[in-house]
Design a protein around this ligand. Structure first.
Ligand code: MG
Length: 379
């Protein structure tokens, strides 16, 4: 496959020359050369709704569900098919309807060169406000396409060492002790767990997980605590239980309380719901210890990479997470994972109807393959 692609790329020079010459001039001894046109083809975007079936009912502070709606996208270009995905957990405001409405407004056919990502994605961003997941599914497919055009995984194009991938956590939602115990036992192959708190049974949740395993735990409160003093007490208790950090402990609007908590906390305090786009990050210096980047918030890989750069410049910790997603969006995010401190890339493992295979979790570690682009194939 690699040789085929290299030959294809080699033919690009001749092919683009042929576009400027009469057909007869593009013949060889063996007959006419096929008029392959690179850089002047049209990208064709297609999409369809799909419903992810969760293996277990998933409960976080303020929300419980058994399915997640997604939209799967494909961009066809010069005989290649590239994949993207938008995932819309209901609390984020997007839906299959809103994503499809947005995608129907997008005209990629006006661009002749898929490598012009700055131009294309600035246009996509300008089509309408918000619609972050809808924008992400185009960004992901475009990145997949670029990788496929040059037959390289994205991490290689970005100069990232795939050996430096982090462990990924596996998420345990809020539930009864019995279910939490069962889920923790099922998560045996993971070296880190992420436990959802804020449901009123926080100590019971942690004690139950700790009765099964002593692996490091990340805690995500999903804005579920309200009082900064109680939050600080809880964070001190969590530090004694082997917890690594606490994500979004207080409501995102309680900026002063969060800054107070971060200054006093023995554990890093990480922002998730409090921010979406690149422009939000700089204001977090002194408020949070770090950020949790998700492609469905950042509008995709291009802005997510910039977020990592900005957070590092501000000396902040970086985590990369995901929604409930297929291996498409999770594998895309995994390409960036060697750059971050912590990964929570288990969204594809929480569903039982994935239609792609890509990144794997081996010995608890995010493991990248050498497939081009975002590193997936359709099952
Ligand atoms: Mg979170």
């Amino acid at each position: 496959m690699k040789n085929g692609r290299r030959n294809f790329l080699k033919s690009m020079g001749l092919a683009s020359l042929c576009t400027t010459l009469p057909m007869a001039a593009c013949s060889s001894k063996n007959g006419p050369v096929a008029p392959v046109v690179i850089g002047n083809g049209k990208m064709k975007l297609s999409f369809r709704p799909y419903e992810l079936q969760l293996k277990h009912t998933f409960t976080v502070a303020g929300n419980s569900r058994d399915t997640t709606p997604v939209v799967l996208t494909e961009i066809e270009y010069e005989g290649l098919t590239a994949y993207g995905e938008a995932s819309m957990p209901p609390y984020l405001g997007e839906s299959q309807e809103s994503v499809i409405k947005f995608l129907n407004k997008v005209d990629l056919g006006q661009f002749n060169d898929p490598f012009m990502l700055d131009d294309i994605l600035a246009y996509v961003d300008s089509v309408d406000e918000g619609n972050r997941a809808a924008k992400a599914c185009i960004d992901i497919a475009l990145h997949d396409l670029l990788g496929k055009l040059v037959d390289q995984p994205l991490y290689r194009l970005w100069g990232i060492n795939p050996e430096n991938t982090p462990m990924t956590s596996f998420t345990i939602g809020i539930d009864t002790s019995e279910v939490v115990k069962l889920k923790t036992q099922e998560a045996e192959r993971f070296r880190v767990l992420k436990v959802k708190l804020g449901g009123g049974n926080d100590r019971e949740m942690i004690n139950t997980v700790r009765s099964v395993t002593d692996v490091p735990i990340y805690v995500d409160v999903n804005q579920g605590w309200n009082d900064k003093y109680q939050a600080l007490d809880m964070v001190y208790w969590l530090a004694e239980q082997g917890i690594e950090f606490v994500e979004q402990p207080l409501p995102k609007t309680a900026v002063d309380d969060i800054a107070w908590l971060t200054a006093k906390s023995p554990l890093p305090i990480i922002a998730d719901e409090a921010f979406q786009r690149l422009g939000d990050v700089a204001a977090f210096k002194g408020v949070y210890s770090g950020i949790n980047i998700k492609l469905m918030k950042s509008t995709g890989l291009r802005e997510a990479r910039k977020m990592i750069t900005v957070a590092r410049a501000l000396d902040m910790k970086v985590m990369i997470g995901c929604m409930t997603e297929t291996s498409c969006a999770v594998s895309a995010a995994s390409q960036l994972s060697p750059l971050v401190d912590w990964a929570d890339l288990d969204g594809n493992l929480l569903i039982n109807n994935d239609i792609y295979e890509g990144m794997k979790v081996l010995d608890g570690k995010v493991t990248l393959n050498d497939l081009p682009g975002i590193g997936i194939r359709k099952l």
